[in-house]
Design a protein around this ligand. Sequence first.
Ligand code: URA
Length: 218
Amino acid sequence: MTNNVTIVNHPLCEHNLSVIRDKDINSDGFKNSMKRLATILILEATKNLPLKEYSVTTPIKTCRANKISDEYKIIFAPILRAGLAISEAAAEIVPDASIQHVGMYRDETTLEPVWYYDKTPVHYSDPEHIKVFILDPMLATGNSAHAAISLFLKKGILMENLVFVSILSAPEGINLLTKDFPDLKIITAKIDERLNERGYIVPGLGDAGDRLFNTFEK
Ligand code: URA
């Protein structure tokens, strides 16, 4: 594994992972713990955002302070549907970011992604000054992640400005991305054992989208 893969070790990650793995947690509990995990991961993913020093006047005196530099535009790109769990948390802590949804569903036979939505512009006017955080709670086969990363690279986003954020990952997905994009930064809370024959992460948590939006058949 390359140095570009960060597994965020934190007791609150472990705690919330144990909640979302539990098949008996209702969708409200699932959603809340996903959001808490997302917040921790986004803090890690954004920790190197450049700052700009400026002058601020408090009720007591004027001092120097730092704010996020406007040299870069920040984009969160949730892969629909499950990526919404991360983008909601991300938008709360980085409210000025642009949220650009990308939609893919997984063909259950081939496990290949099928595009159905792309809210990125046809052309970015200054792609070298954009930081993109691609969000999908489940990095499983890596096929959707691969398609989303390729989309942004094709539009001129620099690899050094791309971060992929997942809550749970499978070794298969990590291996695909690190093989094809060795310089890509990946932030995740855990790498599980493997994928099963249907492409689900083992032990994983089941279908994240269904559990978030309560759409699974019991
Ligand atoms: N997507 C999910 O929601 N769960 C998995 O285990 C794999 C992909």
